[in-house]
Design a protein around this ligand. Structure first.
Ligand code: AMP
Length: 611
């Protein structure tokens, strides 16, 4: 058996809509891993340019110059169909193009190295994951494979599966797809608090950049069960920024009689300034918003108070408390039954939000000790270490019960959904329900399996997961023939539905191979190969930049005083030769580029070392 001593660590990744965060369990604690810029969170952003691909901060920083090829927020698309109203609403406002691909799966259209390319949301997410994997590999100095990735508790089966596929495309072995609120609760150690005591109720209030999720977990003996989860997929920091932007647009119009709404660039610059001001208002009661040459050569400058900001967002802030009410009512508990409230997401730094939540829970202490942007990755790292078999006592103690995020059932007469597995049922599970024929002499029954919370099947809320026909039923008057249907969900959440006619003994079953937005094994394999190709292209691009950089440096160093004329000439010549080589060898392989780099370094070892 392989020794566990040198086992590569497993990482926890919070794959967020706006930002992602990666953490690892080591030295007896979860460590948040900073990226190459020193930032502990990385924009979930991918950009395509003439030269290559940019990920994270590098991608976000060039958005203004390259808006149509800078892709963000794909978490909103993953596992959805293009025609979903939610996808349609998002797509309308994005500067990059999204089209319907095969099976109504959305595809993002970009121009990459001068050629039009289309990507599935899984592929873009996999690029963000590649970035997070690289961040962790650089920090830990080893190749990583195993990871836990978090998703919102409301993500349905197909969104979870698509996220798992994104991990596979990124070259990760996704050990578990974990609910974000559960991860946050684990970060705060609530699994341990209740080891010897009674059940506790933990409310996770997660207000990020683009989404708001509120979930109620029950924790007992280290086991977590999501009791209820609700929220708004379009409520978060960006909406608060929008309100501030609207306010400034009106003020600009009033002051200068100029309307900037048609100018995307001016709006983006204003938005950046507004977001900065919003953050300032979390620690100061007054700040300014200044943008030079905002529009038509006119500068914009205004002062804004925290009170005004709160007034502009009053209705959005109130919506947060309304949704807490809804979550509690879904779980049928009173607010006094909540033992702990945990704050997650960057927008929980807004003082008014804190005040509203505090007031709602009548002064109950709020958990905000862990950086709100990091709590989810922190908890994911603990589970990752646990599943990876790390021996630390702290991680070994964890026991997690997964639950079904949505109700599962079959369609009955009148397009109604008859629930077989209610939402939040701990898995693995096997549940049976009896049905009867709905018309006289019926010899076959179509079993259509749905997930969702609506009483009706074919609404935008419920998803058809798969269907099959069971035939050979003995003809009998309506309601006489009986049928048993089993829903069997294994530990990985894979659902098998089987049906058996009670009198005929006829059996049929289906393993749900999520059809909506899902990819076949062959498609995933192709994407893994493409991902390797893009990575190789990135590396080639990096090598070209290093070579060009070094040549340019040598050229300028040649001018330094103290060099002989012949030394100067040799340096200049060599540098010029390399620059010319790069210009004429656009398609050079990485090996050739590295050879040039090596030769250049070998010719001027002392000088190259200085750099
Ligand atoms: P998350 O998605 O959890 O990383 O949260 C990102 C959101 O948090 C963005 O909309 C940020 O503008 C917002 N945010 C971060 N820091 C602050 C702060 N100090 N005050 C208000 N909002 C913040």
């Amino acid at each position: 058996m392989a020794s566990r001593r040198n086992i590569a660590p497993a990482i926890g990744i919070d794959l967020g809509t706006t930002y992602s965060c990666v953490a690892v369990w080591q030295n007896n604690r979860a460590e948040i891993i900073p990226n190459d810029q020193g930032n502990r969170i990385t924009p979930s952003c991918v950009a395509f340019t003439e030269d290559g691909r940019l990920l994270g901060d590098a991608a976000k920083n060039q958005t203004d110059m390259n808006p149509t090829n800078t892709v963000f927020a794909v978490k909103r698309l993953i596992g959805r169909r293009f025609s979903d109203s939610s996808a349609q609403n998002d797509v309308k406002y994005w500067p990059f193009k999204v089209v319907a691909g095969p099976s109504d799966r959305p595809r993002i259209v970009v121009n990459y190295r001068g050629v039009e390319k289309q990507f599935y949301a899984e592929e873009i997410s996999s690029m963000v994951l590649v970035k997070m994997k690289e961040v962790a590999e650089t920090y830990l100095g080893c190749i990583l494979k195993n990871a836990v990735i978090t998703v919102p508790a409301y993500f349905n089966d197909s969104q979870r599966q698509a996220t798992k596929n994104a991990g596979a495309i990124a070259g990760l072995n996704v050990m578990r797809i974990m609910d974000e609120p559960t991860a946050a609760a684990i970060a705060y150690g609530f699994d341990k608090i209740t080891k010897d005591s009674k059940k506790k109720c933990v409310l996770i209030f997660d207000l990020g950049g683009g989404t708001f999720d509120v979930s109620l977990l029950s924790v007992i003996h280290g086991k977590f069960v999501v009791q209820a989860t609700t929220g708004d997929t379009h409520l978060g920091g960006e909406d608060f920024d929008d309100r501030l932007v609207d306010h400034c647009v009106k003020e600009f119009k009033k002051k200068y009689n100029k309307d900037i709404t048609g100018n995307a660039k001016s709006l983006r610059r204003l938005r950046t300034a507004c977001e900065r001001a919003k953050r300032m208002l979390s620690s100061s009661v007054m700040t300014s918003i200044d943008v030079d040459y905002l529009y038509d050569g006119v500068d914009f400058s205004t002062r804004i108070s925290r009170a005004r900001f709160e007034e502009l967002n009053k209705e959005l802030f109130m919506r947060c408390t309304d949704l807490i009410e809804k979550c509690l009512s879904d779980a049928t508990i009173d607010k006094t039954g909540v033992d702990v409230v945990v704050l997650v997401g960057g927008s929980t730094r807004i003082p008014k939000i804190l005040e509203l939540v505090q007031d709602f829970f009548k002064g109950k202490e709020l958990c905000k000790g862990i950086h709100p942007d990091e709590a989810v990755a922190y908890g994911a790292a603990i589970l990752a270490a646990n599943l990876n078999g790390q021996r630390d006592k702290e991680v070994q103690k964890l026991v997690l019960v997964d639950v079904t995020p949505l109700s599962l059932g079959i369609q009955t007469l009148g397009r109604e959904m008859s629930v077989v597995v209610p939402r939040n049922t701990p898995i693995p599970t096997k549940l049976k329900k009896g049905f009867e024929t709905s018309c006289d002499n019926q010899t076959s029954v179509r079993i259509a399996v749905y997930e969702g919370e609506s009483a009706e099947t074919e609404t935008k809320y419920n998803n058809l997961l798969g269907e099959f026909l069971i035939d050979g039923i003995e003809p009998a008057p309506m309601g006489v023939s009986k049928l048993d249907v089993w829903f069997d969900i294994d530990a990985d959440g894979i659902l098998t539905v089987s049906a058996k006619g009670r009198s005929s003994g006829q059996k049929k079953k289906i393993v749900i191979t999520r059809q909506n937005g899902d990819l076949t094994a062959a498609e995933i394999q192709k994407m893994i190969e493409d991902a390797a190709h893009y990575k190789a292209e990135d590396e080639k691009h990096k090598a070209r930049i290093s070579l060009e950089d070094l040549a340019e440096k040598l050229k300028s160093m040649a001018m330094d005083s103290g060099r002989s004329a012949s030394e100067m000439k040799t340096m200049e010549e060599k540098a010029e030769n390399v620059i010319a080589w790069l210009e004429t060898n656009h398609h050079a392989e990485i090996g050739e580029i590295n050879k040039q780099l090596k030769e250049l370094k070998a010719t001027f070892p002392a000088l190259c070392e200085e750099n």
